[in-house]
Ligand binder design. Structure first.
Ligand SMILES: Cc1cc2nc3c(=O)[nH]c(=O)nc-3n(C[C@H](O)[C@H](O)[C@H](O)COP(=O)(O)O)c2cc1C
Length: 175
């Protein structure tokens, strides 16, 4: 699968087959994540792969993740270990770095026939508690991972038209 196919076939998957992902496959995926760029190449990131049913259940009960999240074979928490770092542009580096890394995850997963869903609905503090993440770190996003109930395929996406989002030389409010 080429990058274009991965981009076009990736979509938010909220229903998964009850099928385990091999450790070898998980390692291939995290190796692609590892290749992501980060500000000053600091790589201030950690990724917790939750595979145990009991932990997933705790995330559901305590950290308020949605129902389907606990039913995914794997839940990945993307953590920045330096949440206070701001880049010169005033944007937190950890948020950008983790977003790039997790997007690598979604596309590598798509190449492997695996589905993902970005998850922002979770309680920050309780998630850290359940996953034993030090308090000074920050969970930027969590993500589900698993074999999708329906196979991924290239399909149309509900997206804004190009002319509404892209401008040459000057910003312009889109109509
Ligand atoms: C930063 C971010 C947070 C999201 N949080 C959630 C979430 O908490 N729960 C959920 O079901 N979907 C969540 N989504 C999935 C989006 O709803 C979905 O990606 C979007 O509708 C586009 O659809 P697509 O991923 O199928 O292209 C999130 C997506 C992103 C990028």
């Amino acid at each position: 699968m080429n990058v274009e196919d991965a981009i076009r076939s990736r979509r938010a998957i909220r229903s998964y087959k009850d099928k385990e992902i091999s450790e070898g496959k998980l390692e291939e995926i995290i190796d692609a994540v590892r290749m992501a760029p980060s500000a000053s190449n600091k790589q201030d990131w950690r990724f917790v792969f939750v595979t145990e049913g009991e932990k997933k259940e705790k995330l559901f009960e305590k950290a308020n993740v949605q129902d389907f999240v606990k039913d995914a074979p794997v839940i990945v928490a993307g953590v920045t270990t330096d949440p206070e770092v701001e880049m010169t542009c005033g944007v937190p580096a950890g948020v950008v770095d983790l977003s790039i890394a997790l997007d690598h995850l979604t596309l590598k997963a798509a190449e492997e026939g695996l589905g993902t869903c970005w998850i922002a609905t979770f309680d920050q503090e309780k998630t850290k508690e359940v996953l034993e993440i030090p308090n000074e770190y920050r969970v930027i996003e969590i993500m589900t991972l698993g074999y999708p109930a329906e196979p991924l395929k290239r399909e149309d996406k509900d997206r804004k038209e190009l002319e509404k989002i892209m401008f040459y030389n000057n910003f312009s409010e889109s109509k």
